[in-house]
Unconditional design. Structure first.
Length: 126
């Protein structure tokens, strides 16, 4: 009876794994409204935001205040959803804006190979 059995197993949820992957690739994880997440947590989706390095800071209040440009909202990756028919083997990436299609496609290719899933891109908004 001296043999110990390991009963504790650590595992991150899929949304946390995807969020960390996005951060490693230079993206910003967000919610479905395009707001940046302060912490990664369990969700059935992950929003994708991207900082465009070509965007310049903008000035307001007669040039007295300079603000960094907001990151662009690329879309939402649905990991589990009956509405979008997303599950463990098939994710759905709802892309916001036709100009983001190529960036989303490149990201989806990398995600699909790393997480071994099929990803369907859907343009949700012009």
């Amino acid at each position: 009876m001296s043999e110990k059995v390991g009963l504790v197993e650590y595992k991150e949820t899929l949304s946390i794994q995807v969020g960390n992957f996005l951060i490693a690739k230079g993206f910003i994880p967000g919610n479905s409204d395009g707001c940046r997440l302060s912490t990664l947590c369990y969700m059935d989706h992950v929003g994708v935001l991207h900082k465009d390095p070509e965007k310049k800071p903008y000035k307001r209040l007669f040039g007295l205040i300079t603000e960094k440009p907001y990151p662009d909202f690329i879309g939402v990756i649905w990991l589990e959803s009956r509405k979008y028919n997303a599950n463990d083997g098939n994710w759905v990436f709802n892309v916001i804006g036709r100009t983001n299609i190529q960036l989303a496609k490149n990201l989806a290719d990398v995600l699909a190979s790393n997480f071994n899933v099929k990803i369907t891109l859907q343009l949700k908004c012009e």
